[in-house]
Design a binder for this molecule. Sequence first.
Ligand code: HSE
Length: 416
Amino acid sequence: MKEIKIGLIGFGTVGSGLAEVLMDQQERLARRSSLSIRLARVADINIKELPPRFKDVELTNDAEDLFNDPDIDIVVELIGGIEPAKTFMLKAIAAGKHVVTANKALISQEGWEIFSAAAEKGVEVGFEASVGGGIPVIKALKEGLVANRIASIMGIMNGTANYILTRMTREGAPFAEVLRDAQELGFAEADPTYDIEGIDTAHKLAILITMSYGMKIGLDEITIEGITNIEPIDIQFAREFGYRIKLLAISRNHGDHVEARVHPTMVPESHLLASINGAYNAIHFSGDAVGNVLLYGQGAGKMPTGSAVAADVVDIARNITAGSINRVPALSYLPEEITSRGITPMNELECPYYFRISARDEPGVLAAVSGILSKHDISIESVIQKGRKESGPVSIVMRTHGARENEVRQALDEID
Ligand code: HSE
């Protein structure tokens, strides 16, 4: 039986998850690939030794050892961040190794350099774990949905943000406390700003947009708003209107231009995405042939993400044995077919809005607010004001009919 040797950079949460999956599933993988896939070396600067069950795996604190080892077939980068991850990937590729990563920041921002270097060297780049943790969404796009024009992508793609919103919804728990728990559970990024400010979700959306529509997109072209301004009171009001607040990535394909945005969204309770809770992710595609597809699963964490990385390793190992490297284009489209397209300006979008306004409880306040809204052609669908206060502000909450973002921004400035 042919042996495929793996070199792993980074034995943190996901790295140790991959090591465990490869060890636990060794026999099953052999039965499914007629290959023996073995973790041969680990490079990590933070640990002195590997757990006893990995006694046959060599530990080094120098990633170069992996690139220089002629027996290593696939290098897996699981340290995250741009540098030194990018340098490691490029060095591994230059040494003729296939590479696998879970690094969405790197793939979404510096992917072109990595994919071109890999194409030149005739090696593969696997990045299944970069979007949706354990959900096989990259493979679904490259293979299962290959015969579709994808019209839209919509999803919950950050486990940490979804976990925080879920607990705020269920318990009315404060944001900061829930964030701490998420970090302890190991699914928040090293810098949680990326999770709560929507940046991690935008990295993932950029990857899916490129693969779905065959287009280049920069992170700066995505409108991004996180969840840090959401208070338990917003969640309560949303409930009363029959909605759940979710951090959604949304993209619609209009042909010559596409929508690309990440923001908190009020999702109707009856919608499937409203019931995606905790660290779970769900990604919805609409394809012209297949119709609607929803992929659901654990979007973060040691074993689910380890499972996705292992899937890439097995795919590449199978391709090495079959002599069919890059049979499936890494980004689903041939590189020369990936074009530039326009992005729909946010202020041209029309959708219903939710406002919470703090105002003094006096005659004429609501009339003044609705006067400003009407001037901007914003029509109110419903209003709630609860209680009465002699002094200090009360919350007035409104839902609007479809309104344009630029009109909304101007109206809010005037109301302020
Ligand atoms: N920090 C990410 C999340 C991990 O919470 O979803 C997986 O990308």
